[in-house]
Design a protein around this ligand. Structure first.
Ligand code: BES
Ligand code: ZN
Ligand code: ZN
Length: 495
């Protein structure tokens, strides 16, 4: 799988070290319209075209209304795109990311091939500008014959001042590692289930890790059987695509500050199994491996950034399909940790594969286990499609995740692991059943998982809502969003 990011040419240029050349030049200004000496210099070299625009046009707080193209037909830049970031005092990192994401979309639509983004005002935190601009330029068009890849935006020049070159080089290489990872996660989610299935996902993971300081191990279906991953196998047994588990391991060169296991639900397609989903609910269930995609993607960035933390990445991969061998409602299966589970609903399969994977992760002896899963529709009802749920009994771990999410512009919200709701999971025939009632469905799913982590600090992220963008956002086109990749990376960075 080719990563779009690797086909791009992304570089830093020193504004004050000679002329730039690109099809279009992006000039950000705050609503205060105070332009920096750099923009003044560009302006002067282009007959005052920017200042006359600023004088005559409304460049206000409304970012939507404050983007305009200025055609110049000049040698260095064909066009300028002036964007307003709104009130300088009010523009936080998300506003900056979004404004640049929106600008990148406008530019992509117009068919430019190269862009220079000018750090027009030193007050602008340029790291978020680079972030937003690159994220907003993502597209998934490989199956569209009418979109010629070579004719789209490929060259990105970020122009900033020479005197802070080192700082911006650091920012840019960080942005490149995370953006590339997010593109990988988005691609994996956007690819359909006939392309991304357990075995092909594993081989993508193998390719991604071969070039990095990450060891790769796959537990085949036969190996899973030997190791009693019976819940995982029960989910995958009705598919011609064999289930498997990918275990990646990154160890920093120096002594690790902490040891972490990231665990991802990797249902490459969720039909619901014999508890079959109705057609309209089944659409987009190729997204059901977003947790695993986030784990793989985060592992690549963690290695690229050489973070000083030891990280295990565990991806529980299976297709939840139907055939004569499908797991039936009422079946009782013994989990890897020895507990028995009555499978009342085969569509609650994510918690089954995760149960065994969490037990496997706990045996690795890590300080923290964090899993991410598109686990429940109930979570989407509770928090909507932009916010993921954070469950943890460990207040410190929960706040590490909350902070990591808000640092990178992801939205996470802590939810209660209300023990008394565990009664919903009581089974007449087994230690527990895999579903509760309709009430608090995301909570009971998390409680189910809690049966499989005994003593390690553990957090569960239900990303069913934000894993896929059902509408376009400034920095996310419709489709896979890359959530939870960035939160994972940031979390590991802050340990
Ligand atoms: N993959 C789904 C959850 C989901 C729903 C993700 C919508 C993204 C968007 C999960 O496997 C599932 O089907 N859960 C059931 C659980 C129920 C049977 C208790 C659900 O949410 O309906
Ligand atoms: Zn399901
Ligand atoms: Zn599912």
């Amino acid at each position: 799988m080719k990563n779009l990011f690797d086909q791009w040419n992304v570089s830093l240029a020193a504004m004050d070290k000679g002329p730039l050349k690109a099809d279009v030049c992006v000039i950000p200004v705050y609503a205060q319209k105070k332009v920096s000496p750099w923009v003044q210099a560009i302006d002067k070299a282009h007959d005052g075209i920017i200042s006359s625009w600023l004088e005559s046009s409304y460049v206000g707080e409304d970012r939507e209304k404050s983007m305009f193209f200025v055609n110049k037909g000049d040698l260095a830049f064909k066009d300028f795109l002036v964007i307003s970031l709104g009130d300088a005092k009010k523009a936080g990192q998300n506003e900056i990311r979004n404004a640049f994401g929106k600008a990148s979309k406008l530019i992509s639509q117009r068919g430019y091939k190269s862009v220079a983004v000018v750090h027009g005002d030193e007050k602008i935190p340029f790291e978020y500008a680079m972030d937003g601009f690159l994220l907003g330029s993502y597209r998934f068009s490989k199956y569209k014959e009418d979109v010629k890849q070579s004719q789209s935006l490929q060259t990105f020049i970020f122009a900033t001042s020479h005197k802070n070159k080192k700082t911006y080089e650091k920012h840019l290489s960080h942005t490149c590692a995370t953006t590339r990872a997010i593109f990988l996660a988005r691609d994996l989610v956007n690819e359909p289930g006939n392309v991304v299935y357990p075995e092909s996902f594993a081989s993508i993971a193998k390719n991604e890790t071969a070039k990095r300081k990450i060891t790769y191990k796959v537990l085949s279906a036969a190996e899973l059987k030997k190791q009693n991953f019976n819940l995982h196998l029960a989910v995958g047994q009705a598919s011609d695509k064999q289930p498997c588990l990918v275990h990646l391991h990154y160890k920093p060169t120096k002594k690790a500050k902490k040891k972490v296991a990231l665990v991802g639900k990797g249902i490459t397609f969720d039909t619901g199994g014999l508890s079959l989903k109705p057609p309209t609910y089944m659409v987009s269930m190729k997204t059901d491996m977003a947790g695993a995609a986030g784990v793989l993607a985060a592992m690549t960035a963690i290695a690229d950034l050489a973070l000083p933390v030891e990280v295990h990445g565990i991806m529980a991969l299976a297709e939840n399909a139907v055939n004569g061998n499908a797991t039936r409602p009422d079946d009782v299966v013994r989990a890897r940790n020895g507990k028995t589970v009555e499978i009342e609903n085969t569509d609650a399969e994510g918690r089954l594969v995760l149960a065994d994977a969490l037990h496997y992760a706990e045996n690795l002896g890590v300080d923290y286990i964090v899993d991410a899963a598109t686990l429940t529709g109930a979570c989407v009802i509770a928090l909507g499609d932009e916010i993921f749920a954070i469950y943890s009994k460990d207040a410190k771990l929960a706040s590490l995740i909350e902070n990591a999410a808000s640092d990178v512009g992801d939205k996470g919200w802590r939810m209660p692991l209300e023990e008394s709701y565990k009664s919903q999971l009581k089974s007449d025939v087994a230690d527990m059943k895999n579903v509760g009632g309709r009430e608090g469905g995301s909570i009971t799913a998390a409680l189910f998982l809690s049966n499989f982590v005994e003593k390690t600090a553990w957090a569960h992220l239900d990303v069913a809502g934000p894993a896929r963008a059902s509408r376009e956002f400034d920095t996310i086109p419709k489709g896979g969003s890359g959530v939870p990749t960035r939160t994972f990376i940031r979390f590991v960075e802050t340990l």
